[in-house]
Design a protein around this ligand. Structure first.
Ligand code: PXP
Length: 246
């Protein structure tokens, strides 16, 4: 059974488009509330809630993360940049896991995988700090051998394979090549003892193929669920995706 982590960042994107301050400063009518959404997603079967606290705070805010930590009943997965400030924040918050992602201020959402090979020392420092704080680390990486092998050497217990190149390959031969790359990456990671998650660009259509990648533990999905929820509500959106996943 593949688990579903629901990424609720874009609920906060919508809120921030209108409200920049907390509830009281805006007359108490700040909507939509990502914490309420998270609880409803859990009720529909989400196995975990994922948020990315970006350095530019463009969507999720620190107060959202603290409220989630107190409120949700499943697992809190904090996506974060590999920086001392975020490390300090995570050690105080104690999420169930952190997922280290690259951050580029101009991107609309996380675009590429983390270059573990090119930033080995920084990644090692965060993985070790998290381990000493009892927090599991996941590395969001492209499905390439050097990145996977180094992730295992750094003893990160999990990786999240970046499925963006696959999801955005609309030409069928390119898509097949990207799918094969994902399958090979998952097999290698599993062989090296890593727990294999995946995410980015997964939707209600490509899930039929993504779910056949071997050894998948959890998928982190955001945009497509939020888009569907506008029409069906979050509970139906989560239920439908879970049904298609398993
Ligand atoms: N996993 C990671 C590490 C992400 O940064 C994101 C958001 O870009 C996702 C999964 C979810 O991607 P999407 O919103 O395309 O489903």
């Amino acid at each position: 059974m593949i688990l579903l982590g629901v990424n609720i960042d874009h609920c906060a994107t919508l809120r921030q488009a209108r409200y920049r301050e907390s509830g009281r400063a805006c007359g108490g009518n700040v909507e939509p509330d990502p914490v309420t959404l998270a609880v409803e997603a859990e009720r529909a079967g989400a196995d975990g809630i994922t948020v990315h606290l970006r350095e530019d705070r463009r969507h999720i805010q620190e107060r959202d993360v603290w409220r989630l930590r107190e409120t949700i009943a499943t697992r809190l997965n904090l996506e974060m940049a590999c920086t001392p400030a975020m490390t300090e924040f995570a050690l105080k918050l104690k999420p169930d896991s952190v997922c280290l992602v690259p951050e580029n201020r101009r991107e609309v959402t996380t675009e590429g995988g983390l270059d573990v090979v090119g930033s080995e020392d920084r990644v090692r420092a965060v993985v070790e700090a998290m381990r000493s704080g009892g927090i599991a680390t996941s590395l969001f990486i492209s499905p390439d051998e050097p990145q996977i092998e180094l992730s295992a050497l750094l003893k990160s217990p999990w990786i999240e394979l970046h499925t963006g190149a696959y999801a955005e390959a609309y030409d069928s031969s390119q898509r097949q090549a990207q799918f094969d790359r994902l399958r090979r990456g998952a097999a290698l990671a599993h062989q090296l003892g890593l727990v294999v998650n995946a995410g980015h660009g997964i939707n209600y259509v490509n899930i039929a193929e993504v779910r056949t990648v071997p050894h998948l533990h959890e998928l982190n999905i955001g945009h497509s669920i939020m888009a569907r929820a506008l029409f069906t509500g979050i509970e139906e959106a989560v239920r439908e995706l879970k049904a298609r996943m398993n």
